[in-house]
Design a binder for this molecule. Structure first.
Ligand code: ATP
Ligand code: MG
Length: 291
């Protein structure tokens, strides 16, 4: 299957018709195993490296990749996979946890805006402003800590946040930031398996957090919040991809396919050298050769 096609399969291009239940977390396309996909996984990394080099050299576009998921869905692993193929000088990763006191003094887009990628760079958000319509929606008490004036917290708060996010992303897209958003779609059963591994395998113990088990009780609320978020914020300029996440190797394959297809669509190239620069290069070459 061509990379572009694989990317397109998991893209939500029409939010209105989107239902999470139509997507199977265990889907692996026509690949049967990690071994079967190994060559494509390597190819993706290789192509990403070349494309990033041109993105950086051209210094016009930037790419923002947003990762959202339930705990243990494999965000960290997917990010590590992407990073293994890119030059760290042109790529930054930021993880967003519960906001600090300073961050709570500002609007909900403030802290992430400061971390947006500069031109020529790839920015990766491990969680993002989308937490503002996920954890904050599932746990209403979090909203109280945000110090928003009471008269501004109305019935349509989530609708307003979706609207603000759409407008913000449109603004970024219009200025050269290409945005791609990944929801790593994990099944509740597979999450249980992964939590059990974290408890049983000593080298995974450090990843275990008792709070994650508690959060699992809100599984359905989160799924509803994710569905509504995707319905309302998938756009042609900043689409969501629902990435099957029960098999880590497959989610990595899809993520790198999306990145490669996105960068290829930009028709990147190395900056052209004008005649003055060409003369300068010729002179420098002569000097070097004659020394
Ligand atoms: P790991 O995979 O290592 O567990 P993580 O991304 O889950 O990484 P944690 O420190 O476990 O990192 O969790 C971060 C927590 O911060 C999550 O529970 C998330 O919901 C919460 N969080 C992120 N953004 C916000 C926000 N804007 N408001 C409230 N909570 C937030
Ligand atoms: Mg966690």
């Amino acid at each position: 299957m061509k990379t572009g096609k694989l990317a397109q399969t998991y893209c939500v291009d029409n939010g209105r018709h989107f239902r999470l239940k139509d997507f199977d977390p265990a889907d692996t396309g026509h690949w049967k195993s990690k071994e079967h996909a190994e060559q494509e996984l390597q190819d993706g990394i290789f192509r990403m490296a070349n494309l990033q080099d041109q993105l950086y050299a051209q210094d016009r576009w930037s790419l923002l990749l947003i990762f959202q998921a339930m705990d243990a869905a494999g965000k960290d692993g997917a990010i590590k996979h992407v990073m293994s193929g890119v030059n760290p000088q042109g790529c930054e990763v930021y993880s967003f946890k519960a906001p600090s006191n300073e961050e709570l003094q500002h609007d909900f887009l403030w802290r992430t805006t400061c971390k947006l990628p500069e031109r020529g760079h790839i920015g990766i958000f491990n969680r993002s402003y989308y937490e503002e319509v996920l954890v904050v929606r599932v746990h209403r008490e979090v909203l109280k800590g945000q110090k928003i004036p009471d008269s501004l917290v109305g019935k349509n708060l989530w609708g307003e946040r979706f609207e603000d996010i759409r407008h913000f992303e449109k603004h970024m897209a219009r200025n050269g930031t290409v945005i791609r958003k990944f929801f790593l779609h994990l099944s509740k059963k597979e999450q249980k398996e992964r939590f059990l591994k974290r408890l049983e395998e000593p080298e995974k113990n450090w990843k275990f957090s008792a709070g994650d088990i508690h959060e699992r009780e809100y599984w359905d609320d989160y799924q509803n919040a994710y569905e509504d978020m995707i319905r309302n914020t998938t756009t042609n300029y900043a689409p969501w991809y629902v990435v099957p996440a029960d098999n880590k190797w497959f989610s990595r394959l899809v993520v790198s396919a999306v990145i490669v297809a996105t960068l290829e669509e930009l028709n990147l190239s190395y900056p052209k050298v004008d005649s003055a620069k060409k003369k300068e290069l010729d002179r420098a070459k002569k000097l070097l050769v004659n020394k």
